[in-house]
Design a binder for this molecule. Structure first.
Ligand SMILES: [Zn+2]
Length: 400
């Protein structure tokens, strides 16, 4: 992994030693003040550069809707309702540009529409909110058809569409998307995985492919799909949960490298990438949730190993961002902290946040979309805002 990450310069957690987390788990006032002031400066920098952001990319991932997502988070966390309006303004510019080409929350039409549905609801416009939800449901026939080459992964596929549905039901309210609709999507994802596994005579019950490879990570791979399925478990039968989802989680777990990291795809023996999209950082959500659902301690052990890998090898040289950078990797610790309440993990997240306060300084290349939510500055502001309320922090467009 040489050259991919900086040696971690920070001390690990020792009670009362570092000014990050108090013993009761509360963040240190000085730390919060520092993070607040840096995030305000970075947010100003982002705002003053937004004119440079191309309007051709409307995605949440690298385009204008990602900025709308950031405003949504800031409206909630900083209790600034005027940001809902700012978010909506961006989204309303987006709606006429939607091209019906992609389906997922991160790169497709369902992301801006789901966000729009939430923003209209927050601003007291229920009819417009429902109209957005309806437009998302119009994509359903494309999703449930298994005769197309639509993938199942998060970034472009069915699991990324499922996120949009769950997102609206969480933030607009249960029933915004009917249970029957969510069930259809979940059933299609399971059927697609079963079909491939049977066709290829696999021992594992579910198998998924993207671009001719069996990816394992969060963005394109099996673990991201399984994480979305587990979050939608109330729509899955006990039999599928126990006999299809769980054995596939076990299959992924067995692919763990001795280091605690994971390969980016099946058959790839390079222990190289430690980032949300490929490797341990995106896996931690799956294994912590698997622990809570199935109450098997081995899942938690795997999750904790993911945390150690990220602590040692997760200060990446290439980016500060969410998808394959330090801010995204820091969510590994926030997930572990929320699950275990062990201040060690929160301390680690704080230290990665401290690293992010040097934004731009230690970065070997400029991202293609330097202002965006998943590759650039907006993502760092998102993380620095989110960590101030660690109990409720969530990796954007992934956790619910
Ligand atoms: Zn990435």
């Amino acid at each position: 992994m040489e050259g991919k990450y900086y040696e971690n310069p920070f001390c690990d957690y020792a009670p009362n030693k570092e000014k990050t987390v108090k013993e009761d788990g509360e963040l240190h006032g000085e730390f919060v003040e520092n993070i607040k002031s840096v995030s305000v400066t970075l947010f100003q920098k982002l705002n003053s550069s937004l004119g440079e952001m191309g309007k051709d990319d409307y995605s949440v991932y690298t385009g204008t809707s990602g900025i709308a997502f950031l405003y949504f988070l800031m409206a909630m966390k900083l209790k600034k309702p005027e940001y809902y309006k700012k978010s909506l303004k961006i989204l309303e510019n987006t709606f006429p540009r939607l091209k019906n080409r992609r389906v997922s929350f991160l790169t497709g039409d369902s992301g801006p529409l789901a966000l729009g549905s939430v923003m209209y609801d927050r601003l007291g416009m229920p009819e417009e909110s429902l109209r957005c939800a309806h437009r998302v449901k119009e994509i359903l026939p494309t999703i449930v058809s298994l005769n197309s080459d639509l993938p199942d992964e998060i970034l472009y596929g069915r699991a990324g569409y499922l996120y949009s549905l769950l997102f609206m039901n969480k933030y607009v309210g249960a029933g915004t998307i009917e249970n029957s609709v969510i069930k259809e999507v979940v059933t299609a994802i399971l059927a697609s995985g079963k079909n491939r596994a049977i066709r290829e005579k696999r021992k594992v019950p579910l198998m998924y492919m993207w671009h001719e490879k069996y990816y394992l990570g969060a963005a394109h791979g099996i673990s991201g799909i399984l994480f979305l399925l587990l979050q939608a478990r109330e729509y899955i039968s006990q039999s599928d949960l126990q006999n299809a989802v769980r054995p596939t989680i076990d299959f992924v777990q067995d692919l763990c490298f001795p280091s605690g990291n994971f390969p980016s795809s099946l058959g790839n023996s390079n222990d190289r990438l430690v980032q949300w999209c490929h490797g341990a950082p995106g896996m931690v959500d799956l294994f912590t949730l698997a622990y809570h659902v199935f109450r098997d301690d081995r899942y938690m052990q795997t999750a904790i190993h993911c945390g150690n890998v990220v602590w040692n090898n997760g200060i990446l040289t290439k980016s500060y961002g969410i998808c394959h950078g330090v801010a995204g990797n820091a969510y590994t610790f926030l997930t572990l902290y929320k699950s275990t309440k062990n201040p060690l993990h929160l301390h680690r997240a704080c230290k990665f946040a401290e690293w992010c306060t040097s934004y731009g300084k230690y970065q070997s290349r400029v991202p293609d979309r330097p202002l965006s939510l998943f590759e650039g500055l907006a993502g760092v502001v998102y993380f620095l805002t989110d960590i101030q309320d660690p109990e409720h922090a969530l990796f954007p467009a992934y956790g619910l």
